[in-house]
Ligand binder design. Sequence first.
Ligand SMILES: [Zn+2]
Length: 470
Amino acid sequence: MNASQLFLFDTLTQKKRLFKAQLYPKVFIYGCGPTVYDWIHIGNARAFLIQDLLVRYLLFQGYQVHFARNYTDIDDKIIQKAKKTQMSFFQVAQKFIQAFDEDMEKLQTIVPQYRPQVTKNIPAIITMIEQLLQKKLAYLVPTTHGPDIYYQLSQFPLYGKLSKRIQTHTQSRIHSNLLKKNESDFALWKAAQTGEPSWPSPWGIGRPGWHIECSAMIDHLFPHRLDIHMGGCDLIFPHHENEIAQSEGISSQPLAQYWIHNEMVTVQQEKMSKSLGNFWTLRNFLENFTADTLRLLVFQTHYRSPLDFSKENLLKSESFIEKLYHLKMKYPTPPTQLTLESDPVLAALNEDLNTPKAIGLIMKKAQIIPSLWKEFFLLFNQIFGILNQSPLLALQEIKQKRIQRSRLTPHQCEQIEAMIKKRQMLRDEKKFVLADQIRQNLKAQGILIMDTPFGVNWDVQKELWFFPSS
Ligand SMILES: [Zn+2]
């Protein structure tokens, strides 16, 4: 398989373009990371899984991947959370950096080599703002606490080239300085407010705006610029547009060769929101479903299509994973190399990471030649990051999640086990009618009994399913 045949859809040119690494075989990737003020939700998780998919695929193709993902650890939202919870902004950020790392570990994502934090990169941010001021791309606006600094969009004619739109209204997340030259100008530096974290700068104490951090950290880590910049499509405007204005305003070189954006998620066809009661944090989700189930669900939809978390999709994905682990028991040893049979699967991935097509091909081919499962499990492991566990443990975990979803208490589980023992005794005494009655009673409560060659097993009926937050 020729590694140079990967085509990626680039948001900037709106075309699928053949991927070429500038310093082959090195690839430099930057993905916008979380603002660490709360638990991440399943929509965020999708973006991080797509980053993980591309990193894994490039590694699989033999590239040397240099991947950075930042933590936005100073932001209006963090300050608000700190005020609400009586914690310091530093404590809030630390807590949710740790939570994010734990979540990513549970999802089995590859840890980026670089995980820069804004608060540890203030000098690089100040240097970049100074360059923007020198180039007259930024200006100071006095406040009672010292100057704010804004980017002057009228000085950057290419503004809007990524999102194909022109900004006409204010960009600020919270409050805006009324003395700005233009409503659309965005903050690079905010003068210190009482009780808020701040750092010294040549213009007085203050803190950076949101967008400057990514430009400054990319410049610091990858001075030769990026091959690929990634993020959810909600970041195209204004965040990535502003990153371009900052970075390209200074150097006139493209910030990234390819801009990759994933679509959003819906829950039961509705936008996910706390007020609708369909809001899932990743943590909450992973208490109820396995990481494999989530990864498969995400990759069964192309990253540029909206992904719906419906009951049906979730249960399908969970059953699929169960089926695959049962098969893995039959074909435990991975092959040492791939055959030509994998080529169409890799060709599908080369078509702008067409994961649903690749998974479809795997299923079709393995049905005809079951021994191919060995080879395909290798692809699942390395590219999709799924089916990496031992089958027995994984199947046990899926069962545990179903029990969790059905809200069975440990006491109720003990009662079920006792009923199953009683049924076994009745069967041993050849009292089959009474034994079957126990099975029927349990079934009526959604508990299924399976007689297997290894003994009696039980599980919760798949359809017993709840929104974790409900
Ligand atoms: Zn960013």
